[in-house]
Design a protein. Structure first.
Length: 341
């Protein structure tokens, strides 16, 4: 495992960089990527965030020409030529520890001269050439702030400005649930304070993220709640968003972000399970625990991972079978995980 200093030194010497967040970017994935991309451009480097899906309406304010899209069937050489003019000398993933979380871009990632990873998921493995994974960090954006401070020291440049601070603050805000989740630490607040010193308007960011929902998103969230099932004697709740639901609402899958937190907010519910039908027989599972359950253990049974209180996996099966499977394993887990007195 590398240090933050070593990651900063790597960024300092590379000049053509592609950044790889996970699919269905949340605020932390996009905020971390945007903060890094903006910093690299300030240093005169060619840098882009390579994506394969849509950015949620409530997060589009973070992107300022940073994100570019890979087309179906596009080769690594074509991607490099289109955006960088020549081969990337660094491909770095952020807020994820496995290229399986960006399947359409995986080949491009490994085609770079050097690969890197900056992440905060405890189940991530150091599979890149350079890796910094800190499971104790509340958000990947929190780590990125520290790395960019190191980069300032390495280069002697004043890098972190208001735009970068806005992006990183957005990532921290979303991954800590506005600083109330149990992953929030003293250092998280210290970083937030330093970002606010750069001019961050937390109220404006909060309004962008949480108070700018489209009618399609509200309708989709209502349908997801209607489809909810409560089980395990009220200790768990599960729902699904299908492709048919998306079509009926005129929504995209990113509009479903936040549904799992709605389920977790129900009194008595310890584990919330949210299923997304990405395609036929491809179900993305997101799980959240409220206070004591370890959902990372559940996710690992299906090749997934994440944090103790927030984890996910992918099931290759029909939607209804996926619902039954998750109800079964979560019920069993709640029966074996001891609730604290």
């Amino acid at each position: 495992m590398n240090t933050k200093r070593e990651m900063a030194e790597l960024l300092a010497v590379k000049n053509r960089i592609l950044i790889f967040p996970h699919v269905h970017m949340d605020g932390d994935a996009l905020g971390t990527g945007a903060g890094l991309c903006c910093a690299l451009r300030k240093l005169g480097k060619e840098a882009y965030i390579l994506i394969e899906d849509e950015i949620g309406d409530n997060l589009q304010f973070i992107d300022d020409g940073f994100c570019v899209r890979i087309e179906d069937g596009e080769t690594p050489d074509a991607v490099f030529e289109k955006y960088l003019g020549k081969k990337a000398d660094l491909c770095i993933m952020v807020d994820c520890g496995s290229p399986d979380r960006f399947e359409k871009r995986k080949e491009v990632f490994f085609a770079g001269e050097v690969t890197g990873c900056i992440d905060h998921h405890g189940t991530s493995k150091p599979i890149a050439d350079y890796n910094f994974i800190d499971a104790g960090a509340a958000a990947c954006a929190e780590i990125m702030y520290d790395v960019l401070r190191e980069l300032e020291d390495v280069t002697g440049a004043d890098i972190i400005d208001k735009q970068i601070a806005d992006a990183l603050f957005s990532g921290i805000m979303t991954d800590t649930g506005c600083f109330v989740y149990s992953n929030t630490t003293i250092h998280t607040h210290e970083v937030a304070i330093e970002l606010m010193k750069k001019g961050v308007d937390s109220s404006a960011i909060s309004a962008n993220i949480y108070e700018s929902d489209s009618f399609a998103k509200i309708r989709l969230n209502g349908m997801a709640v209607d489809a909810m099932r409560v089980f395990a004697d009220g200790q768990a709740a599960i729902t699904i968003v299908t492709q048919d639901m998306l079509k009926e609402c005129g929504a995209v899958m990113n509009d479903a972000e936040g549904v799992v937190d709605t389920l977790r907010s129900i009194k008595g519910v310890e584990i919330a399970v949210f299923l997304k039908e990405l395609a036929e027989n491809e179900i993305k599972v997101s799980m959240r625990a409220k206070s004591y359950a370890n959902v990372a253990v559940i996710a690992s049974e299906f090749g997934g991972g994440g944090h103790i209180r927030a984890a996910g996996c992918t099931l290759r099966m029909p939607a209804e079978e996926a619902l039954k499977t998750m109800i079964s394993v979560v019920t069993e887990a709640l029966g074996t995980q001891t609730k604290p007195e």
